[in-house]
Design a protein around this ligand. Sequence first.
Ligand code: HEC
Length: 161
Amino acid sequence: MKTLTVIASLVLVSFISSCGGEEKSKSETGTQEEPKSMVADPEAYDPKRGEGKYTAESLALTDKLDEAQAKVGEEVSNVKCTSCHKMSDEKLVGPGWKDVTKRRTGEWIMNFITNPDPMLDKDPEAQAMLELCLVRMPNQSLTDSDARAILEYMRKNDGVK
Ligand code: HEC
């Protein structure tokens, strides 16, 4: 009986660690082996900005909406994004876009949508979403101007006029 319980819990443990444990085991080994390059400068990753070329300065968002750009953003979204994202706060495959421009900075959004992988690998917020959604957002090969247009559409959706 005792052996059975032991076997059962071993099976359970290995199941848990194989299911969705990829990120975890990565960071666990990370703390032991990775450091050289990553911990050399632990301040290098800015969770407000994410990873990529966009900065608050380069974006220079104002509180005025560019209607024409938002319209382009809507069109591109309808082709590349709305199969997984709703404009409301309801989750589809990914989180709903309502208030995304309040949850995240413009530069975080731009860096994420133009190249999600590096951020899914290290951004705490992106990883938390991944844990809920269980799908890695695929790189949609957005051009800079399409990405910027989508951000404008998101801003419109969040009430920027
Ligand atoms: C195959 C489904 C899928 C497609 C297509 C997709 N996404 Fe995502 N998106 C996700 C998932 C899932 C997440 C949550 C993070 C993760 O698990 O990768 C996400 C997260 C996001 C986030 C962060 C949301 C938040 O609340 O912080 C933004 C912004 C985003 N996606 C924008 C886009 C844009 C823009 C497009 C189209 C160019 C797009 N997505 C296309 C699945 C998708």
